[in-house]
Design a protein around this ligand. Structure first.
Ligand code: FE2
Length: 428
């Protein structure tokens, strides 16, 4: 007897009429038209069953703090960093934990069940580190929270930066972070990349650095990150986040850089909502988009994922934990509007992001965790277009969240009462 049998589901790869059998929290079988006894059955009615969403880049220590102690007036990255510096002395562990847990509730409701969050290690008290480790423990039954030791003020630039970061790792933070473009000089930035990769190699940790989050075409720390990845045999274990300077780089240089990144197995995480908001701020007109070269990186064979980065914090006053909104913005900014391009953007918030986080047992395959989302859409393209309702969210076979289908009741003159579901016809 199965625990759960889902029938008549459409999968992201286009297979229809699929049954997903769940036993002991795992997918026992995926096949067409399976009929087997189960404690629970769910008719998906031809709708999309997708693996859960994954956010590979977030800042949970700052989330939901918008307006504390004031709002970012210029809207720039640098005022955001300054504002975070003003907020840090006012942070309490309890308030931080409360906000983070509230965000995790939003995330689960949106089918987002794995988040990689950077946590600022600049403050020697490591208050935010302890608080997020506590959050990680609390949410573990329903959300995978992976933490990155992030020296926001620069690991070399700030006193005690290296020691604080190492202490955070000792406490159980999972990943080594960095911010080379915020160090005092290019040379110091490169030195920080080398040092942090060596720390990761020695400790057997993954690496995820904020890398070249600027419009400066000469900010080339991604090159050093890729080189150090190869030198230390960290292939497949390293991520460069943001990489927005690549947008403004010389094309010849990029033609040399792309194969280096691909060969080093470095993943790139772009953050479309934040990049389109913060980059190009100092331009008059035309204004740069500033997001990294997503389709070109993908074409070169690089694993590219999209992150949310911020929700209602010193850098960004919008957001709701909806990775479909992230994918929606990503495909617009990258002009990935072909059917293939849109599907790649869906993968950027699901399978590609899971690869960044090294999530084991992720994906719709027999033997993997039964962690998936039933969406009010018939395929990934429609899911992004509608930011479709997450009708059911399952983790390891357990129902975690339900949202009613979005349906409008219409009262149109001359038409009588009717209802409108936003997706009446199959696309394509
Ligand atoms: Fe970030």
């Amino acid at each position: 007897m199965l625990d759960l049998l889902i029938t008549n589901a459409t999968l992201p790869d286009g297979r229809t009429g699929m049954s997903v059998a769940v036993q002991g929290g795992r997918i026992a079988e995926i096949t067409q038209g399976l009929d087997a006894p189960a404690h629970e059955t769910l008719d998906a009615q031809g709708l999309l069953l997708a693996p859960h969403f994954v956010d590979p880049h977030f800042h949970m220590d700052a989330t939901l703090s918008y307006g504390l102690p004031r709002v970012n007036q210029s809207g720039t990255l640098l005022e955001g960093i300054a504002l975070w510096g003003e907020l840090k002395p006012l942070l309490t562990a309890d308030a931080l934990i409360e906000r983070a847990l509230a965000y995790c509730d939003w995330a689960v409701a949106k089918g987002l069940l794995a988040v990689r969050s950077h946590v600022d290690t600049s403050d020697p008290s490591l208050l935010a580190v302890d608080a997020l480790l506590e959050v990680k423990r609390k949410v573990a039954p329903y959300l995978d929270l992976q933490l990155v030791a992030f020296p926001q003020d620069g690991v070399l630039r700030s006193p005690g930066g290296v020691e604080n970061l190492e202490r955070a790792l000792d406490k159980g933070v999972d990943v080594v972070g960095g911010i080379p473009h915020f160090e005092r000089t290019m040379a110091e930035g490169a030195a920080s990349v080398k040092l942090l990769c060596e720390i990761a190699a020695a400790r057997g940790k993954l690496v995820d650095m904020h890398c070249d989050e600027s419009d400066d075409p000469l900010s080339r720390h991604i090159e050093t990150l890729a080189f150090e990845t190869q030198r230390l045999a960290l292939q497949g274990r390293v991520t460069g986040s943001h990489c927005t300077s690549m947008h403004s780089m010389d094309n010849y240089y990029v033609s040399k850089l792309l194969p280096l990144i691909a060969q080093s197995g470095v993943s790139v995480v772009s953050n479309p909502l934040i990049n389109i908001t913060l980059q190009g701020r100092h331009d008059t007109y035309p204004k740069r988009r500033g997001m990294t070269r997503v389709p070109e990186l993908m074409a070169a064979g690089v694993n590219v994922a999209f992150g949310h980065d911020c929700v209602m914090d010193p850098w960004y006053g919008m957001g709701s934990g909806d990775m479909l909104e992230v994918a929606h913005m990503g495909l617009h900014v990258a002009q990935m509007t072909s059917q293939d391009g849109i599907r790649q953007c869906f993968e950027a918030v699901t399978t590609n992001a899971a690869r960044v986080m090294h999530l084991e047992n992720y994906g719709l395959e027999a033997g993997r965790d039964a962690s998936f989302v039933l969406l009010q859409a018939r395929d990934p393209v429609e899911a992004i277009r509608l930011r479709a309702a997450r009708l059911k969210v399952f983790r390891k076979g357990r129902l975690l969240a339900e949202t009613p289908a979005a349906t409008a009741s219409l009262h149109l003159p001359g038409r009588g009462a009717s209802t409108s579901w936003m997706a009446p016809k199959r696309q394509g």
